[in-house]
Design a protein around this ligand. Sequence first.
Ligand code: SF4
Length: 618
Amino acid sequence: MLESRRFPYKPRPRQIEVAEEMARALKRANVILEAPTGFGKTPVVLYALLPYVERGRRIVWAVRTGSETDRPVEELAVFRRELGLKLVGVSFRGKRDMCLLARKFGSDLDYSEVSYICSRERSKCSFYRRLGDVDPYPLVARGALTYSEVYRWASEWEVCPYFLQRKLLAHADLVALSYNYVVSQELSWSVRQLIPFDESVLVVDEAHNLQNLDLGGDSVTEGTLQRALEEAAEVGSKRAVELMRHAIDYVADRFKGLGEEESELFDPEELIPDYGDGLLEEALRAGEMVRELRYRQGRRPRSSLHHFATFLEAALGLKGVRGIAFIAEKVNGRVSLSIWDMRSAEVLGSVWSRFHRVVFMSGTLNPIEAFAETVGVSSYHAISVPSPYDEANASVYLVTDLTTRGEELSREMAERYVEAVVKLLSRVRRNTAIFAASYRVQQGLIDAGLLKRAEELGYKPFIERRDMSGLEAAQALKSFKAMAGEGRGLLVAPMGGRFAEGADYPGEELMCVFLAGIPFEKPTTKTRLYIEYYQSLYGEEKGRLYAYIYPAIRRAAQALGRALRSPKDQAVLILGDYRYRSYLKLLPDYVTELLREVNHAQLDRVRLPWLDVKFQSD
Ligand code: SF4
């Protein structure tokens, strides 16, 4: 069915074949595509969906975060240019990114704050009023509209970028948006009015994230409770003060013995005193007053009291629902209370059924049956593309005398890890990442002298911290990448974190990855609950694999794959834990094919693929 169409690039091996298979399969079922990074999944999927678009269906392209919405639209621009197609694509962002007015209330406002401001301001907002005079066709004619383009035009015309974008959606063949706009009932409603989901094909990018997606859970910290108490006193609500005093005392007393990173269950009803009739309603009312007050003062319409009251209301409403847990955790010395929704299969399954068809794609979905079951995909056609990497691209080692097994990383083992890394660094002399099993393991390596030893070798370390702001992280990443030419950057970050997943390191930006341990969850109450819930759904063995083993190995595979982003990338990859031997078939195929076993003292003799084969740059 695609024969008559051209592909807009010189096809790489298997691209056309996969697109053909996908186009055929979509006639009957949803498709799960697992293909390595560098395969070119985005153009292949877009190409396979062209017949659908030509028949009037829309493509809803869901990405993990708002910052990734431009990518499919940029790809659509190539299709327009190369194939002469008159398709329209819009990169859709929420009001948080698009409101021109909210910024006068402060920077870094969250979604609910901007929504609040818009609900109060819209009737008198000049940006909104002017929108009626705008003819969207000159923009529609441009075809592929990234978020910044829409924002720029709207700013120039002095109209609201958010509502201009909504006007454009009515004309869009493809809309790229974050998962939230598909998964959340509240947010998807606003998009569904303009793009009927039942007539659209949904593409879920980086679908391996779905199992751990935040399905609308919420959390409050001891800090939230303290600020809520102050606000209750500020607006003179004695009953809200009573509620907050009780909640603060309850948390302090009940969780005083909770250790760092430990978790326990809590009962939301215990946050309200026994005589508490009407306290919650009063706290909601007082919280609204605080938001109103801040708004009138021209400040962020934020209220911790309102947040706590809505959190408690939601928790009480969900009490007793299977798959929902209420967790108290201690992080950075503070207790945080969360509503945790583990029902990925149940909740997401109902989302997929709203669409005509769904395509799930990622580089790490192995094993596909487990992925499908855990995210509620019942009938599907699976396509798995082997990776193109061989010994010209990579050398892969499993270190037989290293492990992070056990509750704590012993000093002796931490020092052995540092020795291993030092030997490796002295050999590779290229930008390297140490991806640790957890922040605790990372700290154990740092305490054992990792940074000092690396600096003595001329490397400059960049460390991911738990409390790092988005801006700080972006700056650290930029500085690390900038060292590619000298090959002296050393990134130290936990697996599953923002540097080990999502970040791209093409070419020489990252040429060596060392996995320090396997990123299994710490055996806390939370982990136990998660495993038990999955065992209740899938049986004892499968439940443990789905909830505990597969997610950890997927995080490791993601981290490992950072260094191989295209068929011309080259890297040294080290599995720094002997237990990986048991999970090799869950890792990318090139790992098993290229794997050699060594002990930590032999890492100064690893093979450097770039000495053997030099790829020509394009
Ligand atoms: S209409 Fe637009 S610019 Fe005006 S407040 Fe709402 S989102 Fe902001």
